[in-house]
Ligand binder design. Structure first.
Ligand SMILES: O=C(O)c1ccccc1N[C@@H]1O[C@H](COP(=O)(O)O)[C@@H](O)[C@H]1O
Length: 245
């Protein structure tokens, strides 16, 4: 099981996520979000992250100026969480030299038709809930996808389940969807933008148990389950700052 902790805003949260076994660390670059960071803050946090963890910058319909900034950051992947059409995803991927993870908002089965459109241009797909009406951001809304829509699907690219995941529901989410990669933001916070180290550890532990083969799973929660931390196709960090050669 590989987990991305997104919306990290300070070194303590980065350390908590990395120490608990996160495979990916996410930094939001979208000013309307309470989790948004500027390029220099992303640079500092990415450089503070331990080696071996994939550093992801999240942007929403980035303009060319932001794409230039992304290209100069010490990150390993870009997450595109807006309405970027496939040719724009391809252009951003080419300009930055970084793997691209394209978010696809899903409310109903027909929304999954986008998977076929983005698979040729994206290195990974991220399945998130569509935002509620009037939302100020397209993600990070603590809203879950109808997991049953994802059950039993074959995926043309590595994919990540996002949207409304928490330490409490992650086990069911994995059981229903079969996800091997998970992305969480709101569910490990005490307030928007404020990561809670205990919830980060609880999420990683629960995700690790959910992803383990049944005969290796620990005791069921509520019996004697501690909170021990469980612990790449564009998944692993590249040498240096993660550029494609
Ligand atoms: O986190 C944000 O503020 C955000 C802003 C704009 C686009 C995406 C954002 N977050 C991503 O949304 C999903 C789900 O988050 P949550 O766990 O439901 O809060 C996840 O991929 C975040 O990376």
């Amino acid at each position: 099981m590989r987990v991305k902790i997104c919306g990290l805003m300070d070194p303590a949260a980065v350390a908590a996520a990395a120490d608990a076994g996160a495979a990916y660390l996410g930094f939001v670059m979208f000013p309307p979000s309470p989790r948004s960071l500027g390029a220099e803050a992303v640079r500092a946090l990415a450089l503070a992250a331990p080696p071996g963890v994939v550093k992801v910058a999240l942007a929403v319909d980035p303009d060319d100026a932001l794409v230039e900034l992304l290209a100069g950051l010490p990150i390993d992947m870009v997450q595109l969480h807006g309405q970027e059409p496939p040719d724009r995803v391809a252009a951003i991927r080419a300009r930055t030299g970084l793997p691209a993870m394209k978010a696809i908002g899903v409310r109903e089965a027909a929304d999954l038709e986008a998977v076929a459109r983005y698979a040729p241009v994206a290195d990974q797909l991220l399945i998130d809930a569509k935002p509620p009406k009037g939302a100020t951001r397209p993600g990070g809304n603590a809203l879950a996808v109808d997991w049953r829509l994802l059950a039993g699907r074959r995926w043309p690219r590595p994919w990540m389940l996002a949207g409304g995941l928490t330490p409490e529901n992650v086990s069911e989410a994995v059981a229903v969807t079969g996800a091997a990669q998970l992305d969480v933001s709101s569910g490990v916070e005490s307030a928007p933008g404020v990561k809670d180290p205990d919830r980060i550890r609880a999420f990683l532990a629960a995700a690790g148990r959910a992803g383990a083969p049944a005969n290796l799973r620990g005791p069921a929660p509520g019996r004697d389950a501690g909170d021990d931390s469980g612990h790449d196709s564009g998944q692993g960090p590249r040498h240096g700052h993660g550029r494609r050669g």
